[in-house]
Design a protein around this ligand. Structure first.
Ligand code: WQD
Length: 337
């Protein structure tokens, strides 16, 4: 079966995507620099699929390393590119580290992809490119705005780089997937979101509070113009998101793409408030969560949830899991950590 390269394949979304690729019979090779992951994730993946899995610990910031890798693997039929730094707050403090790690690596990988016989490329983008969109739900033709953070800017720039590369190279086919908020873990609880440092994201902070690792969750503001005053997001089960990558890859492998550079929003299409996410946790865990309302967090948008018509109708993909399903999987993962 086709050989697929997954960069950042030991990360949260990457590892779940590798499982779904292997479930579909693809022959997967992973590159990861382990800067924000652990080699144990490899065991988790193989414990789930039981399939052979190639892994190379490489630093994609080194152009020669990237060239040498692709020279050895000219039979790659597609690349799913997750490798990037993704902490919004950290990107504000260390912008140059983010531009180096997220942009240089993308350029080096694309330079090799366009030389392949089959240049199929899936890019990990983010709804953060929309900033605070005017209209909800957010569709793909909503204006891409000035990024709220260097991290968000690297996703916006990444999409522009892919657009320009595809313009001059009609042989190269790319799909950018703009994720909303990925949460949860594989149902086996053998892979999930690794807790490295204090979690910035809501759901890992909730589950760590639930097991007593954190004293109390701070809800960053309840004075927004929303149903209950807290911010609205589109929380999507990471396995649904992983499956979207396989469907997008197959679209390119089977030449079903309408142009050689496509963009899809990947979300559930449903907005949930912070308080609703807390209620979901309390329902699935049967525990009361200790939280308090604090001041707003700088840079938060009030509301963001996806218009999923394009992904449903054109890509032929739809999220299947509910917020409670995703929260329960996150809770089970946390309990086994
Ligand atoms: C969700 C909501 C917070 C923590 C970010 C990135 C995005 C993507 C996903 C990479 C917000 C509130 C959070 C807490 C809280 N990352 N919150 N207390 O900010 O929507 O998206 O992560 O691609 O690009 O921007 O996700 O989970 O940080 O916050 O009240 O301790 O939960 O204010 O309303 P966000 P989040």
């Amino acid at each position: 079966m086709d050989k697929i390269l997954v960069t950042g394949g030991l990360g949260f979304i990457g590892s779940h995507t590798v499982v779904e690729l292997q479930n579909k019979g693809y022959n997967v090779i992973i590159i990861d620099d382990l800067s924000n992951s652990s080699i144990n994730v490899l065991d988790g993946i193989t414990a789930i699929t039981g399939k052979k899995l190639e892994f190379e610990k490489l630093d994609l910031k080194n152009k020669q390393t990237v060239e040498a890798f692709f020279l050895k693997h000219q039979d790659i039929k597609g690349v799913i590119h997750f490798a990037a730094s993704k902490a919004v707050g950290e990107s504000v403090e260390k912008p140059l580290l983010y531009y180096e790690n997220n942009i240089n690596t993308l350029v080096y990988v694309l330079q090799e992809v366009q030389k392949l016989k089959n240049s199929n490329f899936i890019f990990s983008s983010s709804c953060t490119v929309y900033g605070q969109a005017e209209k909800m739900p957010i569709s793909e033709d909503a204006p891409v705005k000035q990024a709220e953070s260097p991290y968000g800017n690297t996703k916006k720039i990444g999409e522009d780089i892919i657009t320009d590369a595809c313009k001059v190279n009609p042989k190269m086919k790319a799909i950018s997937l703009r994720y909303f908020n990925p949460i949860g873990a594989h149902k086996t609880a053998k892979i999930g979101e690794l807790p490295i440092g204090v979690p910035q994201n809501l759901v890992p902070f909730i589950t760590q509070t639930g097991v007593g690792m954190r004293e109390q969750l701070s809800v960053f503001g309840d004075d927004y113009q929303t149903k209950d005053g807290t911010c609205i997001r589109d929380y999507i089960h990471v396995v649904d998101l992983a499956k979207a990558h396989v469907v997008a890859l197959q679209r390119l492998l089977q030449n079903k793409n309408k142009s050689n550079n496509e963009v899809f929003n990947i979300g559930t299409g449903k907005g949930s408030s912070v308080l609703e996410v807390i209620q979901s946790f309390e329902r699935v865990s049967n525990k009361k969560l200790n939280y308090k309302i604090t001041s707003r967090r700088e840079g938060d948008v009030v509301s963001a949830y996806a218009d999923t018509h394009k992904a449903n109708n054109e890509l032929g993909w739809k999220a299947e899991s509910s917020l409670d399903d995703a929260m329960l999987s996150a809770w089970k993962w946390q309990q086994q950590l």
